[in-house]
Ligand binder design. Structure first.
Ligand SMILES: [Zn+2]
Length: 441
């Protein structure tokens, strides 16, 4: 009986707002005011009109909140950046250097990169566990537009550098900046160390790293520790679009290692469409600055949550499972995408029935590099002995892992391992078909 009851309870709990009762109660007024003011901005006005949603604040409550339409990256593209720019005109005029345009990596099948206007201070605001004095922000090339190479935040305490545009000329500037903290992706940090021998010395003043945007493999963690024994690391759940979503406290870190986060208090984090195993889609709301707010934004991440009081006082913990549909995998400065693999596979569709990709990191001469293994199931038995060789050659020379470089180019530069292909007779049947998988061992 108990099992059935439990099952029924699970079915009714299809969505969750990851806040405790007290927070829900005390924030209701603030959220209600927020939604009314945000609804007057041209961006949200346009979004709600498209969704045939009329704001009626008089009946505001958390159930009403759940009726507010969701928004995703495609909606942001279709509504357009100009609406956002017109909403933000006033605050930009007051502080023109306080904003940058950042773009997402553009790897979902439905959209290319999407530009987001960002308040530069919010890149580090509220994220740091031990607030640093001088912060070096290393963000990926595609993540920073306009001021692509170096930008200093308005308070003059943060230096924003694109690690993939880094050159020897910049070493001196970064060294003189004398940062004590860095905010970056695990892969960016390791890319810099493997490309520039002087980076280790340049980073000698840094004793804290806040990592995000990637799964951190054991190997990456070990290599960062080996190169920078003085650096203490934390891994947070941060997205280009909405900044911090989840924070890893030291108690969580000691119990779960990586990939467990408390919802960031200044956001409203929700899980929707929760399946019977407890996995749902992450929805996040960012309220400040109101002109750049995000209301019920579907991040595309899949996660599960538990309610359990942590020693730090937080009640909810979120575990990330991956991207919905797993369209891409980031690895050490390259991006392996399903769309790109399918593009190259097109000319082999007569031979290939199904495929899966596995990405892992392997050590090559003391540096971590990525490795892609393609598992291939053929329509027919292998008759052409050269087929595998031809496949390997074609895919290596055509598959782009960065906007300009193919797998074979990166393999020649010793920045990626040569492609591996394995034939399989049958893939195990699974409900959720994951084409691309990151192997974290
Ligand atoms: Zn905690």
């Amino acid at each position: 009986m108990k099992v059935a009851e439990f099952g029924q309870k699970m079915l009714t709990t299809r969505s969750l707002i990851l806040k405790d009762k007290l927070q829900l109660k005390t924030q209701l007024k603030e959220v209600s005011n927020f939604i009314v003011r945000a609804g007057r901005l041209s961006f949200w006005h346009s979004h709600f009109a498209k969704q045939n949603f009329k704001l009626n604040p008089r009946k505001f409550g958390w159930n009403y909140w759940r009726s507010i339409p969701l928004i995703n990256k495609e909606d942001f593209l279709s509504i357009g950046l100009d609406k956002r720019l017109s909403d933000v005109k006033e605050i930009i005029r007051r502080k023109v250097l306080g904003f940058i345009l950042q773009s997402t990596s553009g790897t979902s099948r439905a959209t290319g990169p999407v530009l987001f206007l960002k308040k530069i201070d919010s890149l580090v605001d509220g994220q740091l566990h031990q607030k640093g004095n001088r912060i070096l922000i290393l963000y990926q090339g595609r993540a920073i537009s306009l001021r692509d190479v170096i930008a200093v935040t308005s308070r003059g305490q943060s230096l924003v550098v694109n690690p993939f545009m880094f050159s020897h000329k910049m070493i001196k500037a970064v060294k003189e900046f004398n940062s004590d903290t860095t905010v970056t992706f695990p892969s960016s940090l390791l890319y810099l160390t493997s490309s520039f021998a002087q980076v280790k010395r340049m980073f000698s003043s840094i004793n804290y790293a806040l990592l995000s945007g990637d799964f951190l493999s054991q190997k990456q963690r070990a290599l960062v520790k080996k190169n920078f024994p003085q650096i203490e690391m934390d891994l947070d759940y941060i997205m280009t679009e909405v900044d911090s979503i989840g924070i890893c406290c030291r108690f969580l870190k000691s119990v779960y290692g990586a990939n467990a986060y408390h919802p960031y208090q200044q956001r409203i984090v929700e899980l929707i469409d929760i399946d019977k195993d407890g996995y749902g889609e992450v929805v996040v709301t960012k309220m400040r600055p109101i002109e750049l707010a995000f209301i019920r934004y579907k991040t595309g991440d899949v996660a599960r949550a538990i309610k359990q009081r942590c020693k730090c006082g937080s009640q909810w913990t979120l575990f990330l499972a991956g991207r919905k549909n797993m369209d891409y995998i980031k690895s050490l400065g390259v991006l392996i995408t399903r769309a790109e693999i399918e593009r190259v596979f097109k000319e082999f569709y007569k031979q290939i029935e199904e495929w899966r990709g596995q990405v892992r990191e392997v050590e090559l001469n003391g540096v971590l590099v990525g490795e892609l293994t393609l598992l291939v199931k053929l329509h027919n038995r292998l008759t052409d002995k050269n087929l595998l060789k031809k496949l390997k050659e074609k895919i290596s020379t055509k598959l782009l892992l960065t906007p300009r470089k193919t797998l074979i180019m990166l393999a020649r530069e010793k920045k990626f391992m040569p492609l591996k292909i394995r034939l399989v007779k049958q893939f195990p049947p699974t409900a959720k078909k994951v084409l691309l998988q990151k192997i974290v061992d």
